[in-house]
Design a binder for this molecule. Sequence first.
Ligand code: ADP
Ligand code: 5GP
Length: 210
Amino acid sequence: MLHKKGGIMVVLSSPSGAGKTTLVNLLSKKNNYYVSISHTTRKPRSNEINGKDYFFVKDDEFKRLINNDEFLEYAKVFNNFYGTTRTPVIQGLEKNRNIIFDIDWQGADQIKNKKLNYKLVTFFILPPSKKILFERLSNRDMKDKLIADERMKQFDRDVLHWINYDYVVINDNLENCFHKIENLIEAEVNNGSKDYDKNFIKSHIDKLLL
Ligand code: ADP
Ligand code: 5GP
């Protein structure tokens, strides 16, 4: 087996509103976990800070980064571009830091296909139900109901990508969900036994898609 070096890469993806950013923030409070800060052409939300939540850039700057081959991955999501620059990620991993990625399925696929020589664990987060997802989206994007509607429309398509992830977790109770993620990472790193029921996940997805 290929020897994996440095820190580990942890990817969290989800249909919008399932709670991935909240979980990423919790994970980032753990010792030696660092969040990869993406570049995006999206406009900042009122509570977002440039350089902390994202690097907010104009289209031409994003294009320049693409042309300079600076992205480890990038994708168009909801009419905006999002991407992860390579250098900070590799530098962190080489310093044995664990890097967390809050990216969509397209980015997760690209990172997986790169087959970097660092351990990679990927998670797909699901809401307990569509009703709860809509409530969470409406609360978060209160100013713009259209955003919540648009992201709900995307849900059935996004959910289909669960199959490409190592683990799917349901974010019902936040604390339980976070512990599940922590335990699965721990089991992956130490080759421990995993508390994971794929059949239960499959039946939950069937219910979400009804
Ligand atoms: P995402 O990053 O997946 O789009 P967020 O992390 O922004 O989602 O979460 C969407 C909204 O739901 C936020 O307002 C967040 O505070 C809330 N939220 C996240 N997880 C839970 C949970 N387990 N229970 C209740 N509310 C939650
Ligand atoms: P939001 O606009 O809600 O912050 O993010 C929208 C979507 O873009 C989310 O699914 C988020 O995970 C994804 N995203 C954020 N940064 C990146 C990135 O660097 N690359 C990719 N591929 N997706 C990203």
